[in-house]
Design a protein around this ligand. Structure first.
Ligand SMILES: Cc1cc2nc3c(=O)[nH]c(=O)nc-3n(C[C@H](O)[C@H](O)[C@H](O)COP(=O)(O)OP(=O)(O)OC[C@H]3O[C@@H](n4cnc5c(N)ncnc54)[C@H](O)[C@@H]3O)c2cc1C
Length: 404
């Protein structure tokens, strides 16, 4: 039970970190632990698994753009489906976001700005404002966006890690960190660090370095040992609607993008081959930063999401709710950008704020670089990323404005 590195959490972030660490240090003994039976079964499995390179901050664009490049190379292995994103703006929203968007190079970032007519060639949508629903004024079609299988991606990293000699322990829940010395009665001269960790059966595991990649559970795990991770959970839910005919909301069967509507942060992922759409919503004030009730709530769908969909897509008025599930975003406030920080021999990596799938390749490379003491990580597109930019102490990131 003696390892060089132990990574707790085999979601997309822990699995990617394990893979890049083992690749760089093939002779090291590295253990990847998760309480679930397989990699990716936490919030990774709950995600809508959409990816996009369209962000306002340069940091987000580097993290997602380079990761997407890597995923496109994996292709069918991770079920890449480059459906694109259509982000719709009301007149008022456009007036606010336009400046941010005009700073981005459409060719380099592979997007185009659409007016109402061009939107109408893709969607059968209601443009006019009515009651609480704003108008549809403009859209951004993002070509380097789409969907993939988040489970397949997490399992790809975990199985490549194993094939290089990495060790995994599933069905293993870490319930305690064993610290040196007296536990909360330390003298200022005591050297405090993590000696080992204990699982639900009382087994202990020792390592030189511990990496916590537990996503939304990070705060609950680290706060008791005196670490303010800066990561907080917030419930997020997804709902599927049956659609008998895609023509009810699509004008052009060749284009079936993910759609972000101008009301209430509601978004839709069409899955045409299964005759469904998946809908979610990014609400804000009023939704607690707590691991509250993990069950999905149909009433939430009927009050917050269904009215928006039925207003903008009159053709979907008769669609019926078929499935629902809930998970948690792991938010890092205030900049909605991932965190990689350490205290003593413990490092935590998370705070992916709802875009962990699309940034996981870059985040894993940066975490692995930091563990090796490198100042920079090389991302999949060859760009260099200063590792300290994602730390809390020497943070250097821009606030992300295009979050859903
Ligand atoms: C509804 C919803 C929709 C989303 N849509 C998207 C999207 O379209 N695109 C996108 O990029 N992102 C999306 N996300 C966000 C994405 O899912 C997360 O950013 C990503 O999964 C975070 O990965 P992770 O590895 O940090 O966390 P997780 O996948 O949750 O992994 C953490 C792991 O830690 C394990 N763990 C926790 N505590 C312990 C313990 N004590 N002992 C052992 N193991 C432990 C858990 O079992 C879990 O497997 C969405 C999230 C939700 C909830």
């Amino acid at each position: 039970m003696n390892f060089d590195y132990i990574i707790i959490g085999a979601g997309i972030i822990g699995s990617s970190t394990a893979y890049y660490l083992k690749k760089a240090l093939p002779g090291s003994r590295i253990l990847l632990i998760d309480r679930n039976h397989t990699a990716g079964a936490g919030n990774t499995a709950k995600s809508a698994a959409l990816y996009r390179n369209f962000f306002s901050s340069n940091t987000s664009r580097m993290l997602s753009g380079s990761s997407i490049k890597y995923y496109l190379g994996l292709g069918d292995k991770v079920k890449i489906d480059p459906i694109g994103y259509l982000w719709l703006f009301s007149k008022d929203q456009w007036a606010v976001s336009r400046k941010t968007i005009e700073r981005l190079d459409p060719q380099e970032n592979k997007f185009e700005i659409l007016g109402r007519d061009a939107i109408g060639e893709i969607l059968r949508i209601e443009y006019q404002a009515k009651d609480r629903f704003p108008d549809v004024h403009a859209g951004i079609f993002c070509h380097l966006c789409g969907s993939l299988s988040a489970m397949a991606l997490a399992q790809y990293y975990a199985s490549e890690f194993k094939s290089m000699g990495g060790e995994v322990s599933f069905n293993t829940e870490i319930v305690k960190f064993n610290l040196t010395g007296h536990e909360s009665r330390y003298a200022p001269w005591d050297e405090v660090y993590i000696k080992g960790i204990m699982d639900q059966k009382g087994n202990t595991y020792n390592a030189k370095e511990f990496i916590v990649a537990t996503g939304a559970w990070t705060h609950d795990l680290l706060a008791p040992i005196g670490i303010a991770s800066g990561i907080l959970p917030k419930k997020r839910q997804l709902f599927t609607l049956n659609i008998d005919d895609p023509k009810r909301f699509l004008s052009n069967s060749a284009k079936r993008p993910a759609i972000i509507l101008p009301a209430g942060g509601v978004y839709i992922k069409p899955v045409i081959d299964r005759n469904i759409i998946i809908a979610g919503c990014a609400d804000d004030l009023g939704q607690p930063f707590l691991m509250s009730d993990p069950e999905p709530d149909s009433l939430y769908f009927h009050s917050a999401i269904e009215p928006v969909i039925k207003h903008y897509f009159p053709g979907l008025r008769d669609s019926i709710l078929s499935h629902k599930w809930a998970g948690y975003y792991d938010y890092h406030w205030p900049d909605m950008t991932p965190v990689i920080e350490s205290v003593a021999n413990l490092m935590w990596v998370g705070g992916t704020s709802g875009s962990g799938i699309m940034k996981a390749d870059a985040v894993g490379r940066i975490a692995a670089a930091r563990l090796q003491g490198h100042e920079e990580a090389i991302l999949a597109d060859g760009s260099r990323f200063r590792v300290s930019r994602l730390s809390m102490r020497d943070r250097n990131v821009e606030k992300e404005e295009l979050i859903i």
